[in-house]
Write a protein that binds this ligand. Sequence first.
Ligand code: AMP
Ligand code: GLY
Length: 433
Amino acid sequence: MKILVVGSGGREHAITWRLAQDAEKHELWCAPGNAGMAEIAKCLPLKADDVAGLTAWCKENAPDLVVVGPEAPLCAGLVDSLESAGIKAFGPVAAGARMEGSKRFAKEIMQAAGVPTGKAEVFTDAAEAKAALPAYGLPVVIKADGLAAGKGVIVAETVEQAEAAIDDMLVGNKFGSAGAEVLIEEFLHGEECSILALVDGENAVLLPSSQDHKRIFDGDKGPNTGGMGAYSPAPVVTGHMLPEIKEKIILPVVRELKKRGITYRGVLYAGLMVTPEGGKMALSGSNVNVVEFNARFGDPETEAVLPRLDGDFAAMLMNVATGCLKESDVVVKPEAAATVIISSGGYPGDYEKGKVISGLAEAAKIQGATVFHCGTKSVDGAVVTDGGRVLSVTGIGGTLRDAVDTAYRAVAAISFEKAFYRRDIAHRAFERN
Ligand code: AMP
Ligand code: GLY
């Protein structure tokens, strides 16, 4: 098949890499890609959110399938535009991508579909929002409705923090139109996990569970990031939970969207909070609650989940895009996987770019390790850093411990000035034993 992958991060490198593992040799293209993707695909000088440019390229070059990685082009209607041009695409249309693009919309769908989630209300008036706070107790979660680059969620420990967050969004306009509506949401206790569900408009097949590490420092300390590591499977998700997640969370959402005329195809990513010991949250009444939905593969979860998939990946994606996904399309390897992100020193604050990366070839020789590029580019034959998250290093192994050890062996082979990584990836899984 001729396949275009849209995006330039670790997630898109992992998608492209996994397509390159298929028995059939595909013709692979990326837009815009990165230095790692350039080794296995042809890169186009088109930005991921250039809907018109990407549609024009596809009309001329007729790929069999376009796989859209990030949320911005999905929310901007890239899949709608490609479908109008007769091009098959993996990813939801813009109306479906609102499950990620509007927290208010996602909450409305969950409430209408009876999906367990924290109780929440929407406000546009700061005084009314503040008056509602006492009913939620503390901590309480304040969320901007729209896409705010991961910064629009404040977990407030005090009433003062909650009121300040409400004022920032509704009075100070801190997030622009994304913060013109705010949600006040019940705080959910427990352990988070990620479930990536493939959805073909009607049916869903769940990919193996995973867990992300959002904070910058070991022990889950410091500011939030785009994700500093991941592993799969996540033992917090026990076997009996998966069918329930499909029946009580994923499928009701897909049906509710369908009822509203939205055919959802692509990944529906459920960020879930699992509350331990059968404890049910007082307001929502369930012990597995949805924290958020995303309309795409997770990053870095994808770098840990895709290396665990066997079988024909392109066919799997195509069956999603054309509405004929089967349970047998998803074949999971028994091995575990762990991914360690190497970031630029200073991230998620200010950081420098353009540092020469060494040791990539040595890392790639380590059995069971794969290095995905997140923020890199080639300059005069050298690979240099070009973002906050730079590399996503995955190890697979017979046990999670083996997978983690392999990933860290590969990380140790790589160096660049001010490189930083967490040393405790998968700690929650190990703490259970
Ligand atoms: P979101 O952008 O909705 O994923 O929120 C970012 C992060 O904030 C989540 O990954 C959680 O760690 C935290 N968070 C969001 N909503 C809640 C909630 N209702 N209860 C507890 N933590 C939450
Ligand atoms: N790993 C979190 C996300 O992809 O949104």
